[in-house]
Design a protein around this ligand. Structure first.
Ligand SMILES: [Zn+2]
Ligand SMILES: [Zn+2]
Length: 273
C-alpha cells in the first residue's frame, strides 16, 4: 500500500432546497423533506502526480442556469495549493455542464473520456431538449477542440489511468458516464459521480430524474457496489452528507479527505432500506 492514493473532494457550489421530486424519479409520497445538492470536483493525489476528476462549471454557466457558484473549481484547487497548469490528467466522468466546464483552464492536461460519452453528446440525442438540457454546447465544443488537438484519451468500458486508478463505464444517467476506482489505504474507493447523486439513490435503488437509460443505471449501481466492495467506500456525486461524514482537510476551504474513514457507516443502513 506504499503507493496508496489520497482523494480530496473540493466543494465549489451548493443548490439549496430541492424537493424530493427533483432528486428521485419516483419519490416516497410521504417524504416532503427538501435537500441541498452539493457540487464537487475530486483530486486524486499519488506520490508526485495529481489527477483531477471533473472540472465543474464557471460563473458564466452558473448565471445561465441560475446557480450560485461559491468559487470556480480552479480557484478551489489553487487555494488547496494545486495549480491548474500543473495538472497532467483530467478524468471527465461525463459531459454534463457541472462536470465538464473550465476545460480551457488546464493547458497541460490529457483528458480521459468514454468514447460513448463523446458520441452521445454530439449525436442525435442532442436534438431532444430534455436530453440536451444538462449539457452546455460550449463545454462540448471545447471537448471537440481537445479531440482535434490530440489531448483526449478515449476509454471504452474499463481503462487504467495510473497504477491503482481505473475508470469504468456505467452509462445510465448519461450514456458514457464513467466512475473512478481509486486504491487507497482503506481499500478501493469508488467516485460514483452521477451514477448516484445521493447515497439514497443508490441505497433505495431509486433513480435520479435525469436519466438516459434506467436499465443501465440499475446495472451501474451493481457495478459501483462491486468495484467498491463495501458501502462505505462509495462516494456519491452530489450528496451534502459527504461533507458531514468525511474530515475537513486543513483550512483551505470546503475540502474533505475521502481516503479517511467516514464518521458514519452505511454497512447496515443499506440492508435496512
Ligand atoms: Zn450529470
Ligand atoms: Zn452532476
Amino acid at each position: 500500500m506504499g503507493n496508496a492514493a489520497e482523494i480530496y473532494a473540493l466543494r465549489y457550489a451548493t443548490m439549496t432546497s430541492r424537493t424530493p421530486h427533483m432528486n428521485f424519479l419516483q419519490p416516497d409520497p410521504h417524504d416532503a423533506t427538501a435537500q441541498d445538492l452539493d457540487y464537487f470536483v475530486w483530486l486524486i493525489r499519488l506520490p508526485g502526480r495529481d489527477i483531477l476528476v471533473d472540472t465543474g462549471f464557471n460563473a458564466e454557466e452558473a448565471k445561465l442556469r441560475n446557480r450560485i457558484l461559491k468559487l470556480n473549481p480552479v480557484e478551489a484547487l489553487a487555494n488547496f495549493g494545486v495549480r491548474a497548469a500543473d495538472i497532467r490528467d483530467v478524468i471527465v466522468t461525463h459531459l454534463h455542464y457541472d462536470h465538464a466546464g473550465n476545460l480551457d483552464r488546464f493547458p497541460a492536461a490529457r483528458v480521459h473520456l468514454q468514447e460513448r460519452e463523446m458520441a452521445y453528446a454530439t449525436g442525435r440525442c442532442m436534438c431532444n431538449g430534455l436530453l440536451r438540457h444538462p449539457f452546455s454546447v460550449e463545454h462540448v465544443t471545447q471537448m471537440v477542440r481537445h479531440v482535434y488537438g490530440q489531448r483526449v484519451t478515449f476509454h471504452s468500458g474499463d481503462g487504467e489511468i495510473a497504477p491503482g486508478i481505473t475508470v469504468h463505464r456505467v452509462g445510465g444517467h448519461s450514456d458514457g458516464l464513467q466512475v473512478v476506482r481509486v486504491l487507497t489505504a482503506r481499500g478501493p474507493v469508488v467516485l460514483a459521480s452521477d451514477a448516484a447523486h445521493y447515497y439514497a439513490n443508490l441505497h433505495r435503488k431509486s433513480p435520479f430524474p435525469i436519466v438516459y437509460n434506467i436499465g443501465d443505471m440499475a446495472a451501474g449501481w451493481d457495478t459501483v457496489e462491486r468495484l467498491a466492495g463495501h458501502p462505505d467506500r462509495v462516494i456519491p456525486g452530489h450528496d451534502p452528507l459527504v461533507a458531514e461524514i468525511y474530515p475537513r482537510s486543513g483550512d483551505s476551504g470546503d475540502v474533505f479527505a475521502l481516503h479517511a474513514v467516514p464518521s458514519r457507516s452505511f454497512a447496515t443502513a443499506e440492508a435496512a432500506q
